[in-house]
Ligand binder design. Structure first.
Ligand code: CA
Length: 227
């Protein structure tokens, strides 16, 4: 059973999410403040964290940074909950590297779909477990990525995006297809999610970052490596 940690101080909202996730078959843990949330993430190693940004004590960004900094929790996907009015929050959250975000008020059904999309995409497909592409090596089983045999810390979302592009190298991939494949949905607003992820991915790849090309009016493309 996959585990989800909810960090949300508003008890009614936490309970609502809890109810819907349990009904969808997830094991759920709840924390009502940031410090407990950070502790529970380390203790329970959930498969995903739903993290509210406005929290007493330690705010959502601090919790997020703690989760990403600690090697035991660094790869756990995080969905941020933000208030609709706080556009800045949303942008900051994405820049910080959240896997997805949901704005309040939200439909619990939609949140469950987002959770499902993110957890589904981190499952390794049966069959080929390792995939090599030029200097890149993907271990689909452990979701570990190597560049010239050196491990590079990619989040599961970055891993999935890069793998998807490499497996279709030489063919530009449409933004909407990328969004749908990786996040399970596609719309105008969330287009930004894709771009912030690509930006971070390029940074992490260093000199190989330029392998990911922006295709104007279409999306992104990874060039076929030279033999
Ligand atoms: Ca709150």
């Amino acid at each position: 059973m996959q585990k989800v940690l909810i960090v949300e101080d508003e008890v009614d909202i936490a309970d609502l999410i809890n109810f819907n996730l349990q009904r969808a078959g997830y094991e759920v843990f709840k924390a009502h403040d940031g410090i407990t949330g950070t502790e529970m993430a380390i203790q329970h190693r959930p498969d995903l964290v739903v993290l509210d940004l406005m929290l007493p004590g330690r705010d959502g960004y601090s919790v997020f940074r703690e989760i990403r900094r600690d090697a035991r929790t660094a790869k756990i996907p995080v969905i941020m909950l933000t208030a609709r009015a706080q556009t800045e929050d949303r942008i900051q959250g994405l820049e910080a590297g959240a896997d997805d975000y949901v704005t309040k008020p939200f439909s619990p059904k939609e949140l469950v779909l987002r959770v499902h999309a993110i957890l589904k995409r981190t499952d390794a497909p049966p069959g080929a477990v390792e995939y090599e592409f030029g200097p890149f090596r993907f271990d689909k089983n452990t979701v570990k990525f190597y560049l010239d045999n050196e491990p590079v810390d990619l989040t599961s979302t970055e891993f999935k995006l890069l793998l998807f592009l490499c497996e279709r190298s030489g063919k530009p991939q449409d933004r909407n297809d990328l969004l749908r494949t990786v996040w399970g949905y596609s719309d105008e607003v969330h287009s930004r999610t894709l771009d912030t992820h690509m930006k971070r991915l390029r940074q992490k790849l260093g000199e190989y970052g330029s392998q990911i090309e922006t295709v104007r009016g279409v999306g992104y493309c990874v060039a076929t490596p030279h033999a």
